[in-house]
Ligand binder design. Structure first.
Ligand code: T1G
Length: 694
């Protein structure tokens, strides 16, 4: 099947790109477009042409999957220049999302018509790139430098009407006849002079704009350099002709493309799309019908989950045996809707319609009509078992019973229900109405259709549902133990908490481990540890955290934890009392204090993640290393431009990672630093975690 088709309607040629799923500009598409231009140019019976796409969208960009491969002519910039210089009028008909190279191709054409629902944008910056096929030169010529910079630095698409007002789109077609209108438009302009984007003069610009944007970007982009390159290219467009401007742009694009930042961001993009594909599940697996959801537990998590389900169009009943708890939960849900309306996220009418689907009850047996029950009660096995025993009795046959536990044994909870095949883990991350990640924990007995339904449910909530196996902490929290352990040990060894946090945040983590602990509440981990009987026999293990909790220093919620939070401030401040507590405990344990080098802080915390991630792959708890990356980028603030812990280790080189882990084993002992066999095997065979398939 050809990915480009050429036909004529009277004296108008119609080029149709048909390259599912998003008409990405693969090599075949680029070559096909050039062939079509050649045929149209040599046909005297054709006066003008329309470029359209089959399927759900106009071209959504260059083919991201081709980036790692050797580039093939024709390169996209050459295609765009050929369009711009073409001798007959070219009309692009845009529907869906004309993004990246797709919008560049459209700007190479001489006119752009858009369906009313179309969106246009240059999101390359999200991939650590810049528009590399003329976008940084053509867009400023259409909309001016300032608006062009805003679109390219934000990476956000804009709707058709604002795009018309800005000068990107010539006409918006509000009925469903985009192609018919485009062909009629082509007939109208067939004999008119051709308005080439390359010949448009740049609107005047205050050159101070570029320095202003450089300062903004430096403050906000955490060391990413694609934004600065975009500014350089637009600045070049002010004075350069199109060809030399595009040569400048090409060099800048190649520099971005070669960067580890872009490799990480492109990995993140593809990993998030592969992670939601359930491994070892037949595509034809049926999905159970879910309309009515019951959430049990009206705390912060339960209310956030209820809100997420309501905004996705489900009916929701929130249960809690405590009347005060229900009152608080209902208040939280209503407050979230009020906030959404206030921020313009949804209309009052929509909020009212969703809230009409919301109910509460203190009767935990009121579950008979539930298609899906999500338990979000206190993180205690006995409490959860009681809830699931009750659900096993009162839920209808076929109802799915999900636990939101963040660490506990899903199989044990499932057994308590008496219907383990209907039980699954849905580990939402807090705050549940904001965090995209859900770990879908597949129990030993979980039925395939329960798994398929859960994956579809996560998609309905517009969340990233990643299927993981059942073990303590599943993937994310199991790895968090190793990351936190090293933080705790380094505190005792002499690294101040504020320094550890600064070093890791500077490295790219959204928050340092000590600030995260204060945010979540240090008592949460403390209580979880008290429930375990498999902790390492090591008096240093989370000892600082234990002492803080035992002194009532629980974190932000008590105004002090590892750090101080004065007068309700959210800004952590170093606390000399805590440092003294650490020093005293280190002395008691006979730990010699030292200056812990910054690279050691980073490597012990990050390779702590990597080694535990390797064990998770060995145990089959995660199907792909990329799934682990998705979990840590979306649940724990791991920097996207580093691609997640496993991709980062691959980018460093597993031989180097393995050598560093062996050094830590030799210095700190094999209890925590014996290299996982998988890491040793991959390092010895010059392979990567990306190569690993269980
Ligand atoms: N290349 C290859 N595959 C792509 C793709 C792309 N650009 N965009 C999407 N896909 C695949 C995706 O992997 C998934 O595949 C399927 O399409 C559906 O995607 C030179 C250098 C278009 C808004 O950054 O934002 O042009 O998993 O699940 O939620 O200047 O995809 O089904 O096998 O996301 O409806 C610039 C990226 C590229 C746009 C649709 N363009 N795509 O969202 O579906 S760089 C982008 C998106 C560039 C030039 C530069 C979204 C979407 P599979 P999906 P969706």
């Amino acid at each position: 099947m050809s990915v480009t088709e050429l036909r004529t309607e009277g004296r108008i040629a119609v080029i149709t790109v048909d390259n599912p799923p998003v008409n990405a500009l693969s090599h075949a598409v680029r070559a096909g477009l050039m062939d079509c231009l050649r045929d149209i140019g040599s046909d005297n019976n054709i006066d003008a042409a329309v470029l359209t796409c089959a399927g759900r969208t106009f071209i959504a960009g260059a083919d991201i999957r081709e980036f790692g491969k050797p580039p093939q002519q024709p390169f996209l910039p050459d295609v765009v220049l050929a369009l711009d210089g073409f001798g007959k009028p070219l009309v692009a008909a845009l529907h869906g999302t004309a993004l990246g190279g797709g919008l560049e191709v459209a700007m190479g054409c001489h006119y752009r018509l858009a369906a009313g629902s179309a969106m246009v944008g240059l999101p390359e910056v999200n991939l650590g790139l810049l528009p590399g096929a003329g976008g940084t030169q053509l867009l400023p010529r259409l909309v001016g430098a300032e608006a062009a910079l805003e679109m390219m630095l934000s990476g956000k698409p804009i709707p058709a009407q604002p795009a018309r007002l800005a000068g990107i789109v010539d006409k918006v077609v509000v009925d469903d006849n985009l192609l018919v209108r485009a062909i009629a438009f082509a007939n109208e302009v067939a004999k008119k002079p051709i308005p080439r984007s390359s010949e448009r003069q740049m609107p005047p610009v205050n050159t101070a704009l570029f320095e202003q944007r450089r300062e903004q970007v430096a403050a906000r982009s955490h060391g990413l350099f694609a934004p600065g390159k975009i500014i350089d290219c637009v600045e070049q467009a002010v004075s350069a002709d199109l060809v030399s401007g595009m040569a400048f742009e090409r060099a800048a694009f190649l520099a971005c493309h070669a960067s580890s930042q872009s490799a990480g961001l492109r990995h993140a993009f593809l990993a998030e799309r592969s992670a939601v594909k359930v491994p070892n599940l037949a595509a034809a697996t049926p999905v159970r019908d879910v309309k009515q959801i019951v959430v049990i537990g009206a705390g912060t998590m339960g209310a956030g989950i209820a809100y997420s389900c309501l905004t996705a169009g489900f009916g929701v009943r929130l249960l809690d045996k405590d009347a005060d708890g229900i009152g608080r939960g209902e208040k939280t849900v209503r407050g979230l809707f009020e906030g959404g309306v206030a921020r313009g996220k949804l209309s009052q009418d929509k909020a009212d319609a969703m809230l009409a689907q919301f109910a509460t009850d203190t009767n935990l047996a009121n579950v008979a009509d539930a298609d899906l029950v999500i338990e979000a009660v206190f993180e205690n096995m006995a409490v959860k078992k009681e809830v699931f025993a009750n659900l096993g009795k009162h839920c209808r046959a076929g109802a799915i019973l999900a636990t939101n536990t963040s660490t506990l044994d899903v199989d044990a909870i499932a057994a308590a229900s008496g219907r383990a095949e209907d039980v699954i883990g849905l580990h939402f991350f807090s705050p549940a109405h904001i965090m995209r990640l859900v770990e879908i924990v597949r129990g030993r007995s979980t039925a395939d259709d329960v798994l398929a339904t859960s994956a579809a449910f996560a998609k309905r909530l517009r969340k990233l549902g990643v299927v993981v196996g059942n073990c303590y902490g599943f993937v994310g929290n199991r790895m968090l133990y190793a990351y936190g352990r090293e933080n705790q040990l380094m505190l005792l060894e002499g690294a101040p908490p504020e320094h550890i946090d600064h070093v890791l945040q500077d490295w790219g983590m959204a928050m340092g481990p000590n600030a995260v602990g204060d945010l979540a509440g240090i008592d949460v981990g403390y209580k979880a540890r008290k429930e375990r009987d498999d902790l390492p026999d090591d008096p240093r293990f989370y000892q600082v955290a234990n002492l803080l909790v035992e002194q009532g220093r629980l974190g932000r919620k008590t105004g002090r934890g590892t750090f101080l939070y004065e007068d309700g401030s959210r800004t952590p401040k170093a606390d000399p009392e805590v440092q003294q507590l650490i020093n005293d405990e280190a002395a008691r344990l006979g730990i010699e204090q030292r200056v812990v080098p910054d690279d050691e802080i980073i490597d012990r915390c990050i390779y702590g993640l990597v080694t535990e991630g390797a064990r998770i792959l060995e145990d089959g708890i995660a199907a792909r290393a990329a799934d682990i990356d998705v979990i840590w980028m979306n649940g724990y603030g791991f920097p996207r431009y580093r691609g997640g812990p496993m991709h980062y280790a691959d980018s460093v080189g597993l031989d180097k990672v393995h050598a560093r882990v062996c050094e830590f084993r030799d210095r700190f002992g094999a209890q925590y630093w014996e290299p996982p066999q998988l890491l040793t095997d991959l390092a010895n065979s010059s392979a990567t975690f990306a190569d690993f398939v269980k």
